[in-house]
Design a protein around this ligand. Structure first.
Ligand SMILES: C[S@@+](CC[C@H](N)C(=O)[O-])C[C@H]1O[C@@H](n2cnc3c(N)ncnc32)[C@H](O)[C@@H]1O
Length: 373
């Protein structure tokens, strides 16, 4: 099989990862702890879902009354439109309905909605969900789903990984509130970084220790995720929640040591015992290779790993830029020539440390500065 096909197959499979109930519960609890009325009177849309068995739909339907929701809507993508389709069987729930349609079951998306007690048991929960086929295939980009987006207040999902950039743009242009799962690397995208920098969007509460485990119908290894045959789960690093809803962790300052203490006691050999932190050759900033090595008493600009965002409190730091993209941080002091870069790749996209006559480019760095009150 040529390589391009292999990549395409991997990419197709990468869209079918399903979120576990405890991960949803833990994340949503963070917003409720901060504001118990965050969902009260709101219409919540769960697009790119598979409502018959999605944990998002289950979780929000079960908590409909507790959250005080006005309406829950969840939509799925047609089987025939998915990049990877294998062994599809409609559920009993669907085939038992009088309007079950064997063509629509594969060609159309579905919509589930919940507003009131349909069963008459004086509770509004998962048993009261009503469903029908969508007119189209449920593509989030279709006018049909856009209309649902525009009618909703909060959009929550784990969207297809392969369309993440497009999906986030689709949400941002709607101006709605949202909580969605994506790769941390997305923060370097030119459409996304300015929103992070300007505190229009930020990371959510997060997955435990930065590892996310999703269930998947495909028992195999993935290029960027590791499949465990015993649990049936695929593990990804660097997966996070993106949101524009506030939560408590954003307002907890990161506990840090002074620069002198870091140089003396740091657990990182790259810091401990040095005379000083490295300075970049091309930025008026110091290189801080680990988030827990940020000195508490340094007032200048620091380059930190992008995983810092997981610990970022806008009350404690401001973000000035990122070394990976078009730089408008105001602290870049040098551009390298083609000749400078001949042995190093694109140094102009990196923070660079000069050692003698050699250049040492770092990974992508966020440029941050302590906030002065
Ligand atoms: C990462 S999965 C997550 C599913 C579910 N939201 C969850 O978290 O369990 C993303 C889903 O979006 C579907 N999808 C792919 N492309 C889509 C599109 N253009 N519009 C809507 N859904 C799409 C995929 O088939 C897949 O089922």
């Amino acid at each position: 099989m040529p390589n391009s096909n292999l990549t395409e197959a991997q990419r197709a499979k990468n869209d079918e990862f399903y979120t576990q109930y405890p991960d949803i519960e833990k994340e949503i609890s963070a917003y409720l702890d901060f504001n118990p009325d965050v969902f009260r009177g709101k219409t919540v849309l769960l697009p790119c879902d598979d409502p018959e068995w999605s944990n998002f739909t289950k979780y929000f339907a079960q908590n409909f009354e507790r959250f005080g929701l006005k309406k829950l809507i969840s939509t799925s993508y047609a089987v025939e439109s998915k990049k990877y389709k294998s062994g599809y069987q409609p559920t009993l729930f669907e085939t038992r309905a009088s309007y079950y349609d064997e063509v629509k079951t594969v060609q159309n998306g579905k919509i589930f909605s919940l507003t009131h007690d349909k069963t008459g048991d004086h509770k509004v929960n998962v048993d009261d969900l009503e469903w029908h086929y969508l007119a189209g295939d449920g593509d989030f980009r279709s006018p049909e789903i856009k209309k649902l987006r525009d009618e909703s207040d909060i959009i929550i999902t784990n969207p297809p990984f392969s369309l993440f950039r497009e999906f986030l743009t689709w949400i941002i242009e709607s101006g709605k509130q949202f909580i969605v799962i994506g790769s941390l690397n997305a923060i370097t995208y030119k459409e996304i970084f300015p929103l992070i920098k300007n505190d229009k969007i930020w990371l959510g509460n997060g997955f435990h220790a930065g590892n996310a485990y999703f269930s998947t119908p495909f028992a195999r290894d993935y290029g960027d995720g590791v499949y465990n045959p015993e649990t049936g789960l695929v593990k990804f690093r660097n997966v996070c929640w993106f949101t524009n809803l506030d939560h408590g962790r954003r307002h907890q300052p990161l506990p840090l040591m002074t620069m002198a203490d870091n140089l003396k006691y740091s657990k990182h050999k790259e810091i401990k015992g040095k005379q000083s932190y490295d300075r970049y050759d091309n930025y008026n900033a110091i290189e801080v290779p680990f988030t827990d090595s940020i000195p508490s008493d340094f007032d200048g600009v620091m380059g930190v790993p992008i995983s810092f965002l997981d610990k970022y409190s806008p009350d404690q730091f401001e973000i000035l830029g990122i070394t990976d993209r078009i730089d408008n941080s105001g602290v870049k002091i040098k551009e390298y020539t083609e000749q400078d870069m001949s042995n190093y790749g694109d140094l102009n996209r990196r923070g660079v440390i000069k050692i003698g006559d050699e250049y040492k480019p770092t990974y992508a760095r966020l440029l941050i500065r302590k906030r002065t009150i």
